[in-house]
Design a protein around this ligand. Structure first.
Ligand SMILES: *[C@@H]1O[C@H](CO)[C@@H](O)[C@H](O)[C@H]1NC(C)=O
Ligand SMILES: *[C@@H]1O[C@H](CO)[C@@H](O)[C@H](O)[C@H]1NC(C)=O
Ligand SMILES: *[C@@H]1O[C@H](CO)[C@@H](O)[C@H](O)[C@H]1NC(C)=O
Ligand SMILES: *[C@@H]1O[C@H](CO)[C@@H](O)[C@H](O)[C@H]1NC(C)=O
Length: 125
């Protein structure tokens, strides 16, 4: 918990995003070359957050590849399923508290054709 204290000192305004549980819509996305600079595929377990969350993460700067959020994961929970996936990208067309998963990971929560899962809880870890 020492690191959280330090982050608070650096960017107090952003700490609501970190180490807090949020509720939002889970969507699925096809990974590729993401904002973090990694190239991932649909069979890998990777996550995406909104651009608001990505860009307000403590330490975020002009180069998204260097965003400290890229060293973090998101734990998503819904109806008894818990899954943790590394954050590799952000989405521009989603609500602030939406969270995305690659297809193989999304399928842990719902069939892909469902498209979304409403009201999942998530936390950056
Ligand atoms: C995502 O891609 C990077 C390479 O660009 C790789 O190092 C990393 O392990 C991949 N993540 C997962 C969860 O497979
Ligand atoms: C939650 O999980 C239970 C048991 O697996 C299942 O019967 C139920 O349909 C699920 N509810 C929703 C909203 O997915
Ligand atoms: C799932 O994750 C949430 C949030 O991190 C946590 O509060 C909860 O205890 C976890 N549930 C299980 C069954 O691991
Ligand atoms: C999701 O949460 C909102 C607000 O709490 C609620 O109005 C809505 O009925 C919920 N949807 C589902 C599918 O649980």
């Amino acid at each position: 918990m020492r690191s959280i204290t330090r982050l608070c000192a650096v960017a107090a305004v952003s700490t609501t995003i970190f180490a807090q549980t949020h509720t939002g819509t889970l969507f699925n996305f096809v990974p590729g070359l993401g904002a973090c600079g990694f190239t991932n595929s649909s069979d890998q377990t990777v996550a995406s957050v909104s651009s608001q969350v990505f860009n307000s993460f403590p330490g975020a700067g002009p180069n998204p590849n260097n965003n400290p959020i890229c060293t973090h994961s998101v734990t998503i929970s819904s109806n008894g399923t818990n899954l943790t996936a590394p954050i590799v990208d952000f989405c521009t067309q989603c609500d602030q508290f939406s969270v995305g998963l690659s297809p193989s990971a999304f399928e842990q929560f719902a069939p892909l054709p469902n498209g979304i899962v409403p009201n999942v809880t998530w936390e950056i870890v």
